[in-house]
Design a protein around this ligand. Structure first.
Ligand code: ORO
Length: 300
């Protein structure tokens, strides 16, 4: 049973990786298992300058999901390269850097610094939790095309664009990114949501709104990947509520070539090695002899 997947810049021994922001830079999870078990790692978003993120409370549990409004907290691209990456470089697995910014220049400067140290970039144009940057690029096809084009000019490695589900027609965004030169897509980022604290009659999160993730958004992610798949010829890394090998197969059938696991890591730190161990059996049960055979299988 082959779990291998070949994507631009990425030779994956299996299709499972942590979603950006849910794995920090790997140190915490390395206490639980060998990170080289994973197909790849996607790091927490990097920005040009350090960011402290939003005020607390910035995480809340919901039915079948989680709301977050972290606000792109990170130590800045230089500290990530010099302080965080040496640890990850002790592992052979491919590294993907998620990069964010408030302007095309901020994206390009971060991309220029980061790209020599990783196998691919994931361009975050979909963070729902910062006022400037992020989602404004991810909800307007012209702004998205411009930032993708600029980053492609400076990046030494393939660029995957992380799309926002907070749009009317995600196909339009996907096609705009492909035409601007994107090498792949990551979908989906979180869906904007809110929780009200009844005692205080106020939104629970200090930021008021947050990004909803976890099993609650899985059908939305599947629907969007299924919609985009016939419209693009670049690969899709799928994410949104994955918690089992059965979920992974559903994403592959919808059109994802690889997957990222996010929220599930918080309640079960072993979830990714467990999924990787279960995947061959699940593929076999549904009549597949490799991961690649299952990709897009729901479309034929
Ligand atoms: N939260 C998300 O849900 N998605 C992002 O891309 C970034 C954040 C955050 O840092 O708040």
């Amino acid at each position: 049973m082959s779990l291998r997947v070949h994507l631009p810049g990425l030779e994956l021994k299996n299709p499972v990786m942590p979603a950006s922001g849910c794995f920090s830079f790997g140190k915490e999870y390395a206490q639980f298992y060998d990170l080289d078990t994973l197909g790849a790692v996607i790091m927490k978003a990097a920005t040009k300058e350090p960011r402290l993120g939003n005020k607390t409370p910035r995480v809340a549990e919901t039915s079948s999901g989680m709301l977050n409004a972290i606000g792109l907290q990170n130590p800045g691209v230089d500290k990530i390269i010099n302080g965080e990456m040496p640890f990850l470089n002790g592992y052979a697995l491919p590294k993907i850097a998620n990069i964010a910014g408030s302007s095309p220049e901020e994206y390009t400067e971060t991309a220029k610094k980061m790209s020599p140290h990783v196998q691919a970039l994931e361009l975050n144009i979909s963070c729902p939790n910062v006022k400037e940057g992020g989602i404004q690029f991810g909800t307007d096809p012209h702004l998205a095309s411009n930032v993708v084009r600029q980053v492609k000019k400076v990046s030494e490695v393939p660029v995957y664009v992380k799309l926002s589900p907070n749009v009317t027609d995600i196909r339009e965004m996907a096609v705009a990114c492909e035409q601007a030169g994107a090498d792949g897509l990551s979908m989906i980022n979180t869906i904007t949501g809110m929780q009200i604290l009844k005692e205080r009659r106020r939104p629970l999160l200090h930021n008021q709104t947050g990004g909803l993730s976890g099993p609650a958004i899985k059908p939305v992610a599947i629907r969007m990947i299924y919609e985009v798949y016939p419209y693009v010829s670049i690969p899709i890394i799928g994410m949104g509520g994955i918690g089992s090998a059965e979920d992974v197969l559903e994403f592959l059938l919808a059109g994802a070539s690889a997957v990222a696991v996010g929220t599930a890591n918080f309640h079960n730190p072993f979830v990714m090695p467990e999924i990787i161990a279960d995947l061959p059996g699940v593929l076999r049960n549904y009549g597949f002899s490799s991961v690649e055979e299952a990709i897009g299988g729901a479309h034929y």
